[in-house]
Design a protein around this ligand. Structure first.
Ligand SMILES: NC(=O)C1=CN([C@@H]2O[C@H](COP(=O)(O)OP(=O)(O)OC[C@H]3O[C@@H](n4cnc5c(N)ncnc54)[C@H](OP(=O)(O)O)[C@@H]3O)[C@@H](O)[C@H]2O)C=CC1
Ligand SMILES: [Mg+2]
Length: 352
């Protein structure tokens, strides 16, 4: 959103001002809902709910696309009533955003058991039948959702998972209680506040000037290669993580670094993916693979990568039994990083 505004600002200031004021209004409204439990509860009355079951979102298939249906508070209360549950369960929901008209959006998991609720898990097949949808694994559905829903459901899943795994204080062992919006949890005995966390991860596309380095882990789908990724160690800067991860995984030393973009990634837990381009020292391109981390890594030419980016159906096995070389789907920041490298030369700004 900020990048969007930044671009628009330089082109059309009046239009941009209107966009910004809508954005600011929305942001202030969400801030209020996070701070004020009563305001948040009130917002549920006119809000919309996205439903999950054991972290799988409820989706409806429409052709090749998945749609994420919204439910009103009234529909949700009716559903819970039908399955013999009281509406107290709705307090387990978390705030995940709002529309420009300030309709608040919430996510609620009907499968996870909450320590603060007497309600048991709802049976998945019965709920699916009632709501004419299916609870679908997010990782599988992500690429058949539009960008808005993919991003919203990723946030929702990450937040629901965090609440599910932080129900007790790590100091006192006593239960923690979420605020209405789900933006924090507080220990009932010592008032320690816990906030949802993301682990920073760098993802780096290494180039030698003409080729780029792509790698695969053994659990990747067959034929898929991606940029190098790795979690930041405590105490490290972004530049230090890039340098260490590239050295650890492929035995190369990177020279210059250029920040590209970032993305929240909900798998396996919540990560903040920080995407960068980097170059290796001239003439030092021999890959020394760390087999404990990677299954394979190789240098790829510009034309090979450009073709792979356009590949629509990567799972098609070739006649010789092999799988074609393909790249992560559009929604993944790895795809955007590789596309950026294919489309325009990168100006390297930061020494590592
Ligand atoms: N959105 C995108 O485009 C992409 C996203 N990714 C994501 O980036 C993440 C990191 O990439 P990956 O190459 O696996 O990372 P690493 O190279 O850092 O290797 C992963 C290993 O690091 C250890 N580790 C250290 N800190 C953490 C932590 N905070 N959370 C989990 N594991 C940790 C674990 O080892 P052990 O289990 O031995 O303790 C784990 O198996 C992945 O989760 C992946 O989903 C990756 C590529 C593309
Ligand atoms: Mg890695």
């Amino acid at each position: 959103m900020s990048l969007y505004c930044g671009i628009a600002c330089r082109r059309k200031s009046f239009w941009c001002y209107r966009q910004l004021s809508t954005y600011v209004t929305k942001t202030r409204y969400l801030f209020e809902l996070k701070e004020d439990d009563d305001a948040c509860k009130k917002a549920q009355q006119t809000g919309a709910f996205y439903l999950f079951h054991n972290l799988a979102p409820l989706l409806q298939k429409s052709g090749h696309q998945y749609l994420a249906p919204q439910h009103s508070l009234f529909e949700l209360e009716r559903l819970l009533g039908k399955f013999g549950q009281d509406s107290q369960r709705i307090e387990d929901s978390v705030l995940i955003g709002c529309s420009e008209q300030q309709e608040a959006w919430f996510a609620l998991d009907l499968g996870l058991n909450s320590s603060s609720s007497i309600n048991a898990s709802l049976q998945k097949p019965e709920v699916e039948k009632e709501l004419t949808g299916s609870f679908t694994e997010l990782r599988k559905a992500l690429y058949q959702l539009n960008v808005k829903d993919a991003s919203l459901l990723s946030t929702a899943q990450a937040l629901l998972r965090w609440h599910d795994t932080h129900q007790f204080c790590s100091r006192s062992g006593q239960p923690t209680k979420k605020n209405m919006a789900g933006s924090k949890r507080v220990c009932s005995s010592n008032q320690i506040i816990y906030y949802p966390q993301m682990a920073p991860v760098v993802i780096t596309l290494v180039s030698d000037g003409t080729r780029c380095l792509l790698a695969r882990q053994s659990f990747f789908p067959k034929g898929m290669y991606s940029a190098l990724a790795g979690f930041c160690d405590i105490g490290e800067s972004l530049e230090e993580t890039v340098r260490r991860e590239v050295a650890e995984e492929v035995g190369l030393e990177v020279e210059r670094l250029h920040y590209s973009a970032s993305q929240h990634w909900p798998f396996p837990n919540s990560s903040l993916m920080i995407a960068c381009h980097a170059t290796v020292k001239p003439g030092q391109t021999e890959i020394r693979l760390n087999l404990r981390e990677l299954e394979a890594a190789a240098w790829f030419r510009h034309d090979e990568v450009a073709i792979a980016l356009r590949r629509n159906n990567p799972y098609t096995q070739q006649q010789n039994g092999a799988f074609p070389f393909w790249l992560p789907p559009k929604f993944a920041i790895a795809h955007q990083l590789i596309k950026e490298w294919v489309e325009k030369p990168i100006r390297f700004t930061l020494p590592v």
